[in-house]
Design a binder for this molecule. Sequence first.
Ligand SMILES: *Cc1c(COP(=O)(O)O)cnc(C)c1O
Length: 873
Amino acid sequence: MSLFNFGPTSPLTDSEEQFTPRPRHKRTFTGFTPRELKSIDAVIPLEHRNLWKKYAIGEFQTKEEFQGEFVRHVETTLARSLYNCDELAAYQAASQAIRDRLIVAWNKTQQKHTLRDPKRIYYLSLEFLMGRAMDNAMLNLNVKQLTGDGVSGFGFRLEDLIEKEPDAALGNGGLGRLAACFIDSLSTLNYPGWGYGLRYQYGIFKQKIIDGYQVEQPDYWLTFDNAWEIPRTEIAIDVMFYGYTRKFTDDEGKVHRIWEGGDLVQAVPYDFPVPGYGTENVNNLRLWSSKPNREFDFAKFNEGAYDQSVAEQQQAETISAVLYPNDNFYLGKELRLKQQYFWVAASLSDIVRRFKKSRRPWIEFSDQIAIQLNDTHPTLAVVELQRILVDREGLDWDEAWEIVTSTFGYTNHTVLPEALEKWQVDLIGNLLPRHLEIIYDINLYFLQDVEKRFPGDHDLLSRVSIIEESNPRQVRMAYLAIIGSHKVNGVAELHSELIKTTIFKDFVKIYNEDKFTNVTNGITPRRWLHQANPKLSKLIAEKLGGYDFLNNLGLLKGLEKYANDKTFHKEWLEIKRANKARLAALIKSQSGVEVDTNALFDIQVKRIHEYKRQQMNIFSVIYRYLQLKAASPEERKKFQKRVSIFGGKSAPGYYMAKTIIKLINAVGAVVNNDAEIGDLLKVVFIEDYNVSKAEIITPASDISHHISTAGTEASGTSNMKFVLNGGLIIGTVDGANIEITREIGENNIFLFGHLAEDVEDLRHSHRFGHTELNPDLQKVFDVIESGLFGDANIYSNLLNSIGNHGSDYYLVSDDFASFLNAQQQVDKAYADQDAWAQKSITAVANMGFFSSDRAINEYAENIWQIEPVPLDN
Ligand SMILES: *Cc1c(COP(=O)(O)O)cnc(C)c1O
């Protein structure tokens, strides 16, 4: 650690900044160059440096040292004592001790990056679905064992303390969880990479099931001090909204436009250290919180409108107050647009400030900085950077645009039309008047270019225009993102092909085809194997001779030679059984339903969405129930016992998804209380699916459902989590299922259903032909309509969207026969447990490709052009 001292007026908390050369070793935190850094140590007198070294923060290495830290935090940080240290306090003290270690490593990492000044990647995501931090931090710092021993010395169980931490649930589903896995990999692989997001006070709502219905409750996750964040109140940034633009001509006759007269809101950063596994590297996740601007409106105050003035100020805090709870669905609310600009403006201001500190010429901007847009949510960053460069820094338009387009990359996550962002022109023009002008200019120059290359093709011009000439007119954010980026990627092979042939077809023609690429998603094996499934991780480590596979998931291939080893099968299945018992306990405690761990655990947990087809799953469960009921007691014994487990949140305003939740619970209420059926079939809905629950659910599956209508699920990542934990998949030929099949072999997955290429024709035939409902599905509809699951009217819209001349847009009926057939194949395969174990082991052995480390390395090489920063030795 480098040494410095600082005056009382310059709080040095942003350690990336702390080497400012100033005469007589006085330092502030801005304005030095990496070259100057070298001389800094020389400026600090040796005695100061030695003193600092002497008192450098000790990192606990033993159980006893941890216990010392623990007691200190209980007594000082928490102001508690031996007599009132409950589990929550114990969790807080333990997390403070671990936080101290993280911060020391974080400081070292940021200092190293400042010194070496490598190219950095900034990952802009409106969602980071992090889950809990403590377990992950302990595992990554390799202190879990000693922490557990340490707290047990005081009579606590580490598992209980871990449970005290609320999830950081700042995301809806897959997109936010992907961002979390990616920053884990960035740290683990020693890339200099930061995440930028929003620090919502309310994460995704908590789901309660009352009378079978979803009820939303606010998730105020910051009730207790959060040890995992570091407030940086001294780095607040002003962000402007509204106002107007003004044109003026400078002395040299050059015309400028500036934006002024708007309202200011302050962005305050909170830093979340992101530890890597098996490395000292700790990157940063910087989340912005909105605060009232420091400047109080004194005019209003003096006019006696004190309360109004205060109320307006408090409005500012609502910007980062709450996460919008829609997954794959666009909602054109002004507050959401405010969130997007607030976060983008603060992040870019931070990034540009850091760049300017290096005093490099602007031309080197994209040699030093790559910015990834996680979906179109941060697309205003394209416009904001152009504005900074042209309006503030005085660059020419073309020069600035070259910098902008070589800096950004854009990741597309969906082809669903209802998810594509299109902001009303007037909304943007009012909130961000200068940005709208710049969008028009970007569009003008772009269309002029297209016109030159495809003269006379007016249809093309209107198709690719950023401005949709609808009523009202709209800004197509995806087009802006494509035009403002040098690379556009989809998140699995099929999806990346689909965007090229459907929604972005014209852009493939306009740009070189290699602007479009694919990076298949991945998951971090640290959280999704080692942390979630410690027993399996340990067994694998025993076989492979250590935990290297956690950094190099391809090593799992070494398990293949045990795929036919019967003793290994026993160990493998025993662990699955233990994980099923863990889930059974969760189910019992939540819903009171007792499930048999000998039964096949059949799981579908993910956001509830018509395209993900939970409705098709529950229909097949009803079908199974009807078959069981129709069977004689003798025949019944031949049925495979199953537990059908569902979980997931519906967007609060998504009526159809909420109906599906109700149906699942209603079916459970009937089936689970049918004495004739007993353990042959149970149906459970797990309340409030989140990352921590996923860590218990994923290792417990025998089979999981990934059954989206072909072409609708861009990738999916829970499919990867389940297979990595030894569960098999029943799934459609969609998203990453396709690549999973390629890797693990088609004998080890249960695929069914129509292909993406058939979907359009099928939909067409629904619209214009007579399509009969699948007869087995008709039977299911008949019993629902008979009132077996409560008032049939509750479900009529759901059923009518499929049968009764509904469009069956998601092809539930078309795929139903094939789905039931695949279910039969599952039952048959499961009956032979050795054959099943062999499939499971083979599948796990071939999951190396789906590590988020692989994904991040591909981004680094093909899109970001960044290199790892080697560890200091
Ligand atoms: C992985 C994960 C998801 C994504 O699930 P998909 O099935 O891929 O949509 C959603 N929510 C949570 C909590 C997750 O952990």
